[in-house]
Design a protein around this ligand. Structure first.
Ligand code: CTP
Ligand code: CA
Length: 224
């Protein structure tokens, strides 16, 4: 869990990265989750560490192993992820690559929910999870200088992502099209558009590690 410090343009900089899915418990044996593998967030953390940053990697239960050279903070639920991010601040930059579950079950059952013979299925009630990116981007005190969000969309990618950037108050949004036909969700490659105050810039399709290195280089440039 501890942390070699590489030399590079991000030496002395601290960056928080969220990654992976979250799991939202229903009862002691069941949960709600999503298909995020954690591959892109993991690659970003590795690339930032490779440029010398001190990286706090807050990760839900992902398929891929966390990178070396970062401080790993494993979490399960969205609320745990928010608490871990807050505990990791202050930071110079924060990158929110996690696929956070939008909703959780309103009342987690302490005991396994049993089938009722002849009865109806349980009617689960949901409540919205905290928006971790928006909470950090809108902080009045202790906001990282650079806050980067992601927007996985299936249509009107740039329009949705541009609106999302404004709604959440972050500096950059990395947008991508995750329609099944693109093969990006769970695949090795990504094709992203970086949305900043200056507009939208679409990068060619490339491997997720290459996207990560390019993004890390941009972050280093922005932090100066
Ligand atoms: N995010 C977050 N906390 C949440 C939901 C999302 O931190 N509860 C972050 C994600 O890590 C990502 C960005 O917000 O960086 C956008 O996530 P996305 O799911 O695309 O946006 P939502 O606001 O949840 O909108 P929707 O899912 O309806 O498109
Ligand atoms: Ca969402």
């Amino acid at each position: 869990i501890e942390a070699a410090v590489a030399d590079g343009p991000l030496k002395g900089r601290r960056v928080v990265v969220t990654s992976g899915p979250t799991q939202e418990p229903i009862d002691p044996v069941r949960y709600i989750a999503n298909r995020s593998s954690g591959a892109q967030g993991t690659a970003i953390a590795a690339a930032l560490a490779g440029l010398g940053a001190e990286v706090v990697f807050v990760t839900g239960p992902a398929d891929v192993a966390p990178p070396g050279g970062v401080t790993v903070v494993p979490v399960e639920s969205a609320r745990e992820m928010l608490a871990a991010v807050e505990a990791a601040l202050p930071a110079d930059a924060a990158v929110f690559a996690a696929a956070v579950a939008d909703w959780r079950v309103a009342e987690q059952s302490g005991a396994k929910i049993k089938k009722q013979p002849g009865g109806a299925p349980p009617a689960l009630q949901f409540v919205e999870n905290p928006d971790i990116l928006a909470a950090i981007a809108r902080r009045s005190a202790g906001r990282p200088a650079l806050v980067v969000g992601f927007a996985a969309e299936t249509d009107d990618v740039i329009a949705h992502a541009t609106a999302k950037r404004a709604r959440k108050g972050c500096d950059w949004i990395v947008a991508n099209d995750v329609s099944p036909a693109t093969g990006i969700m769970g695949g090795a490659e990504n094709e992203v558009t970086l949305i900043t105050a200056d507009g939208a810039e679409t990068w060619p399709r490339m491997g997720k590690p290459e996207v990560a290195r390019r993004l890390a280089a941009r972050i280093a440039e922005a932090l100066g």
